[in-house]
Unconditional design. Structure first.
Lengths: 195, 195
């Protein structure tokens, strides 16, 4: 399940986890405890968490943190931005020496969770970015998730793992034609609107 | 306080409000009830809310919704993406006929609230986007908020109104040199990490 594209460049994700409950601190800390973050650089402050490393690990960790937070059955959302090829972030980094084996496939294997997600790809520094976005959105139809266009974003509905896989593939494929890409997302599960 | 730049083009913001409490539905609905959204197109689903209209109203409504949600004293965050000049969103729109007077300056006037925010500007379709981003971040130092660079974003700390003003100015100014801009943000207030 690893994707080799982009493995020689540092990727990152700046995200925030939002458990809509009074015990949000416990939900966040408990999720973080159950996820193996040993292959990513990680920094958290009061606004967000930033993880950086190989693309495969950045997606693996983001997916696992969300799954461990939502398995409580509470309404939890996560919002953030993936980035790769940022000119300010291209220096060598110790976490780029890690192997490509994702650390959290086992510990999320049993978690089944449906979610809705809106994501948007932003290929930077290119004039024909709209064409590149459209190509990727077409591809995502094959990924086992329902794809719906919305204003400023594309909506994905399905299993959380399939949603993160679809975003990862989309993010990886656009790298074959564009150097610097950012991708925003908001994923939400157990919303009372759906019950 | 209106900014004329961009008033002839439709702007938008796709955002989600995250009250970290069991009564999150009440906090969201109560905030929405107290905000005058008559000058923007608005659509909400289980993942996010999208507002579209003149730039001045999009920022006015986003700022007011966050302020009315956080005045409860609860830990509330808001995350989203502002957009203007999106090629898929350039058609004429009934909300573009509204006057430029913001509708929520009065109803938020009394609300004092400190927050932390991370935002990132993405000028699209241009090769020298990094230079354009840096110019705006330099400017934001004058806006009464503390400005700190972080990975993939710039952090702003200060009063919520000043943070939204700084983001609006930054978003407006980069439009003088770039047509399509997106700007991501996550703003957080009353975090227990700061208490």
């Amino acid at each position: 399940m690893t994707n080799e594209c982009g493995t020689n460049r540092i990727a990152g994700c700046q995200f925030t986890l939002f458990p809509m409950s009074e015990d949000f601190v416990d939900v966040i800390l408990s999720a973080l405890e159950q996820v193996d973050t040993s292959k990513v650089w990680k920094e958290t402050d009061d606004v967000s968490t930033c993880i950086r490393g190989k693309m495969v690990h950045v997606f693996d960790v983001a997916n696992a943190i969300f799954l461990h937070a939502v398995k409580s059955g509470k309404h939890v959302a996560m919002s953030g931005t993936f980035s790769i090829g940022c000119p300010g972030d291209s220096e060598g980094h110790v976490y780029m020496d890690e192997t490509n084996e994702p650390m959290n496939q086992q510990n999320v294997q049993e978690i089944q969770q449906k979610a809705g997600c809106k994501f948007a790809l932003y290929p930077m520094g290119t004039e024909d970015y709209m064409e590149k976005i459209t190509e990727q959105i077409d591809l995502s139809k094959e990924w086992g998730v329902k794809v719906t266009p919305t204003h400023y974003a594309t909506r994905l509905d399905g299993e959380v793992k399939d949603i993160f896989s679809a975003m990862k593939e989309s993010f990886a494929k656009v790298q074959t034609v564009v150097n610097h890409i950012t991708m925003t997302f908001t994923i939400s599960a157990n919303s009372p609107s759906n019950q």
